[in-house]
Design a protein around this ligand. Sequence first.
Ligand code: UT7
Length: 370
Amino acid sequence: MDNAVDPDGAEMQNAKITGWGKCLPPASLSNDDLAQIVDTSDEWITTRTGIKERRICHVDVSDMAAVAAQHALAAAGLEATDLDLVIVGTCTGDSTIPSTASKVQEIIGATGCAAMDLNAACSGFIYGLVVGTNMIRAGTNSRVLVIGAEKLSYHLNFADRSTCVLFGDGAGAVVLEPADSETGVLATELGLDGTARSLLEIPVSGTQGERRPPDPETAGITMNGPEVFRRAVTTMGDAAVRVVEKSGLTLDDVDLLIPHQANTRIIDATARRLRLDRDKVFINIGSYGNTSAATIPVALAEAIEQDRITPGDVIVFAAFGAGLSWAAATVRWGDRVTPVATSDAALPPTDRTAMELIQPNIDFFGLGAR
Ligand code: UT7
């Protein structure tokens, strides 16, 4: 998808982000907490990944998604009944049937609108942004809610130090509405290399093969970290540069990079490809770890909260994840960086600690080497 011009050269409607929101569950699991259950250290995790803590969810993915959605709707000044499409980017949904999007639609009261899940793993939010944008460009939909929401903690094997320190839970959401062609999503790129799909997977998590009882040997996330890392540093940077070029802009025009938060070393490599200084890169991986499809919409909401975005800014999103999928987009921000209204939507409180919340995983998978 290049610029908003149809094959006959006529100007097409574009889509811009008019609302934004996030939801992070309250329970926090620190690096020191992890060092009590697996052979790791705050020093290793901080220097190799940039992560200091991650959140552990006490409710369902749909609950986090719905809270983020309610904040995004308030920021846009819309009611849930104004929506005509809900897209939930997730690879850790509540259920296979029905979709997580159906639950979100019910919770927020977006009665009757279309709703679907989209699984592109860590690239899921940008994939959803592209689908939503093109539905608006095609005239099929006009008010689209795009959510990235994950409960990765459910799948974490706390005996595997190479994965359990990386991931966390959370949700972010945006509202897309029609715009003139000067603002909104300018250019995008989506891709995937299915031949490398086994580098990051949950080996048994669907209907593949014969029915079998849950088995800790095959139930958790497995990853060839160094190989995924090697591919992420080149692929994310290349895709980010290409979407800037496709937008008809130069690297000097980029005001802010909001990258997928998997590893600060991958983020730094992507920033170097875009020739951006650190002050033009939004990084919050230290607080939340890798929340897959949720990282970019959460980071976007925090960038706005922290006055890191001003009207007319050129923002680059870039992501890489299981599949192996990748995605990038350039967005020219509109004229509003303050929410139209605010929402008091929040998760139900919990008095359970993160260590208590992960105990069922420890019971199932066992403990790592001390
Ligand atoms: O969002 C989806 C995409 N995912 C990613 O982009 C993640 C990409 N991969 C990475 O970010 C990095 O590969 C990791 C952070 C996962 C690992 O970092 P690394 O620098 O590639 O480390 P490594 O896997 O090569 O391991 C180096 C050493 C090994 O020990 P030996 O063999 O040198 O003795 C590991 O066993 O570090 C060890 N190690 C750890 N040590 C302490 C691995 N995990 C840990 C740990 N704590 N948690």
